[in-house]
Write a protein that binds this ligand. Structure first.
Ligand SMILES: [Zn+2]
Length: 343
């Protein structure tokens, strides 16, 4: 089969569109004929290499897959064959104390498809049958592929971890990112007032189209001062963070009394300083979040497939343009998801 692969960690030049063997289906697995696969920042980290990540080479990236079930293992219900599906990229062991409690993203052996295992930037991918989720007949594959990772991440971070309530004020950073475009919609659906921070007038306009009540251009102004001014020196109840050291101090400053800062990533680095005086005086909470439980995944996918939440697709490119697609993501030129179509 054709796949987008790399043999060594490194820059974009490591990516190649090449012929590789089709994956073999295990007894509890399903083989998906991939129709669309969405990019995530994770694909860039995996290609560049991360501490502790040991991969069988060549590696195929891609966490977000939509397609048709082509075959299933002997222990899997044959009725899946031929169905249109997305795959939940969250891979949990099913046996640890957290999995048994239904908290799969806390699994002690948690993995993400395309990060620790071969992903979906290929004509076929194998996933555990428990990770299949059906998509409605007329729902486009490119839209469906744009949903799983970012919507479950935004849902758990805001609804479960930060316990967002109607009427609260939420600040969402990096509003052009996939999780942020999901989070703006989820926050609005939950009845929050949304401030979105981004870098261009065009991205501000698109964030407002998605439901942001107000936008802030961080290139023109210090976003935390702007939050302070616009909230009449009150601050926001929740900050959704994925930037890290470049914004962390401003995010803490933006919190209202009793506010919660929830982080699901650190694109500018791993280490950040926190003003502890602000933390205790505001009685604020710092909260981490990653991916979601299988129950949360199902909840948010139902909202996506019923049209109440809409994946934002920036553009669709063919799989053999994967290198260009990753370049666009690396440069931050996109608003929403970049999707690769597989013929
Ligand atoms: Zn587990």
């Amino acid at each position: 089969m054709k796949a987008l692969i790399f043999h060594e960690h490194g820059g974009l030049e490591q990516l190649a569109y090449a012929e590789v063997p089709e994956p073999v289906v295990g007894p509890h697995e399903a083989l998906i004929q991939v129709k669309a696969v969405a990019l995530n920042h994770l694909d860039l980290w995996v290609r560049k290499g991360m501490p502790g990540l040991r991969l069988a080479m060549p590696h195929i990236g891609g966490a977000d897959v939509a397609g048709v079930v082509a075959a299933v293992g002997e222990e899997v219900d044959g009725a899946w064959v031929g169905r249109r599906v997305v795959a939940n990229p969250a891979l949990a062991c099913g046996a640890c104390e957290f999995c048994i409690a239904g908290q799969q993203s806390l699994c002690v052996d948690f993995k993400i498809m395309g990060e620790h295992t071969p992903g979906g930037m290929a004509e076929y991918v194998v996933v555990p049958a428990t990770n299949l989720y059906p998509i409605p007949d007329n729902y486009p594959f490119s839209q469906a592929a744009a949903a799983p990772l970012v919507f479950q991440t935004a849902w758990r971070a805001l609804i479960t971890q930060a316990r967002l309530r109607a009427g609260e004020r939420v600040l969402i950073l990096g509003a052009g990112g996939g999780v942020a475009t999901a989070a703006i919609q989820i926050a609005r659906l939950a009845g929050a007032y949304v401030y979105a921070v981004t870098s261009t007038a065009e991205k501000e306009r698109r964030a407002r189209d998605l439901g942001a009540d107000e936008t802030i251009n961080y290139k023109e102004t210090d976003f935390s001062k702007e939050v302070w001014r616009r909230t009449n020196r009150r601050g926001v109840d929740i900050v959704l963070e994925n930037v890290g050291p470049a914004t962390w101090a401003g995010s803490v400053r933006s919190l209202a009394k009793g506010g919660r800062l929830v982080t699901y990533g650190a694109t500018t680095g791993r280490m950040a300083e926190t003003d502890l005086n602000l933390l205790y005086w505001k009685q604020a909470s710092l909260i981490g979040s990653t991916m979601a439980s299988y129950t949360e995944f199902a909840q948010v996918m139902d909202l996506v497939f019923s049209g109440r939440l809409q994946p934002v697709v920036d553009r669709v490119l063919p799989l053999n343009d994967g290198r260009e697609a990753q370049r666009i993501l690396e440069e931050g030129e996109q608003f929403g998801k970049i999707v690769l179509a597989v013929e």
